[in-house]
Design a protein around this ligand. Structure first.
Ligand SMILES: NC(=O)C1=CN([C@@H]2O[C@H](COP(=O)(O)OP(=O)(O)OC[C@H]3O[C@@H](n4cnc5c(N)ncnc54)[C@H](OP(=O)(O)O)[C@@H]3O)[C@@H](O)[C@H]2O)C=CC1
Ligand SMILES: N[C@@H](CC=O)C(=O)O
Length: 393
């Protein structure tokens, strides 16, 4: 695509679609122009000329003059249909839809190689942080040990408002929604599904291992209460929702869980909708990436960077898949946790290897102890509203 003006067909004109439009308009020297935008609701008022819009997906997918399809919609099934049709039609595709990508990674990988077209999705994981391209290009060897960090802007925004400004959970969530950070269904954010989708994508680019989202355990910040907040503050800690995948004895484990984070930890100072990713590798120790993880123009700029990369024929090579020494996925890892509950019948303490601390009051009880990740994943009792979990550093 070098030296030519590429025609874009965009799906979606919500937070990210409009962010891309603004970033594209304000970026000089990018050889790309929007030919058509496909949306869902023909009656919604739009801030730009109506001639841009269609509700017929084929006006983009079947248009031979459109080179690149940019998929930015909030419907997972429709997004997969659009992306796979576009790839089959020989069009390059850029997407931000982490859930659709995480749930269909093997199929999307096959479609790219079968049709010999690039599919780029930097905006899908940590929005403005160029983490996928770094994992692909810089860490293209097997020395990487871990990818760990804050991968969800909404929950980090909520936690920042709770810990720094004493706002209630509900008010902070409402603000995150109004600012365009949250998913259409915000339980995906607060229960840790959204960062899990991102982690599944990062895990493939870090280690070459395909993992289904349902294999990875996620527990969010939806059960956090004032007692937990005081527990953290009394220990000069904050709470962060951490996604991590890490090599261990030839395998790799992964999870999304709320952590108690001490002041010396680099992730402690990642605030609001910012995300932060720590990479650990054999000879470099830790490297830290930080940037806006949600929002229209921040995400739009990552989408634009992918469009721009297509101009010089960039594509993911998935080198770690081709290296053929991928670690197996495991949930067999011990975690030290704080478990808060109301009454003893709400939890099963027999699942713990050991308990080092026990607290009881008329209102709340907690234990600190060590438990296996697989036991947490299988534990029905963590679904009870009175039960909360924090991983201790
Ligand atoms: N918001 C953020 O900060 C980030 C979001 N993402 C991801 O980007 C994607 C878009 O998010 P966001 O912009 O926030 O979502 P919004 O809800 O703001 O916008 C969704 C857009 O998708 C359109 N749409 C839905 N279904 C269809 C369809 N079948 N065909 C055509 N258009 C359709 C809607 O049309 P209409 O306008 O007619 O309703 C709307 O314009 C999601 O996958 C999200 O997870 C990724 C990174 C950051
Ligand atoms: N809902 C997501 C949006 C970006 O991916 C988040 O809050 O991080």
């Amino acid at each position: 695509m070098e030296n030519k003006i590429i025609n874009l067909g965009i799906f979606g004109f919500g937070v990210v679609g409009q962010g891309l439009y603004e970033v594209l308009n304000r970026t000089k020297g990018i050889n790309a122009r929007i030919k058509k935008i496909c949306i869902k609701d023909p009656n919604k008022s739009r801030p730009i000329d109506s001639s841009y819009f269609t509700t017929d997906k084929n006006e983009i997918l079947e248009d031979p003059t459109i080179d690149v399809v940019v998929e930015l919609i909030n419907d997972t099934e429709a997004a997969f249909d659009i992306v796979s049709t576009a790839l089959r039609n020989g069009k390059a595709v850029v997407s931000a839809s982490k859930r659709m990508i995480a749930e269909n990674l093997p199929a999307l990988y096959e479609l790219q190689s079968a049709n010999k077209v690039p599919f780029l999705y930097e905006a899908s994981s940590c929005a403005s942080i160029p983490i996928i391209r770094n994992l692909e290009e810089y860490y293209d060897n097997d020395l990487l040990n871990a990818v760990e960090g804050i991968c969800n802007g909404s929950t980090n925004y909520i936690l920042t408002k709770i810990f720094e400004e004493n706002l209630s959970f509900e008010t902070a969530l409402q603000q995150a929604q109004e600012l365009g950070f949250a998913e259409t269904d915000p339980t995906l954010d607060i229960e840790g599904y959204d960062p899990k989708f991102k982690l599944v994508i990062l895990l493939l680019h870090a280690f070459g291992t395909f993992v289904k989202p349902e294999e990875v355990y996620n527990f969010g910040i939806h059960h956090l209460n004032d007692f937990d907040i005081q527990f953290a503050k009394q220990r000069n800690c904050t709470v962060k929702l951490i996604a991590q995948c890490r090599r261990q004895n030839g395998s790799v484990f992964a999870y999304v869980l709320p952590h108690l984070v001490k002041e010396h930890n680099l992730l402690y100072d990642v605030y609001n909708e910012y995300n932060g990713i720590l990479l650990e590798s054999a000879f470099t120790d830790k490297q830290f990436f930080v940037g806006k993880g949600a929002g229209g123009t921040a995400t739009g700029s990552a989408v634009l960077s992918d469009i721009s990369a297509l101009l010089y024929n960039y594509r993911y090579e998935y080198k770690k898949i081709k290296q053929n020494n991928q670690p197996n996925f495991t949930n067999d890892v011990k975690l030290k946790v704080y478990l808060r509950y109301k009454t003893p019948d709400q939890v099963d303490l027999a699942e713990f290897f050991n308990i080092s601390e026990k607290y009881e009051s008329p209102e709340w009880r907690y234990v600190v102890g060590t438990i296996n990740l697989q036991k947490l994943k299988d534990a029905g009792w963590l679904k009870k509203k009175d039960v909360n979990l924090l991983v201790l550093e």
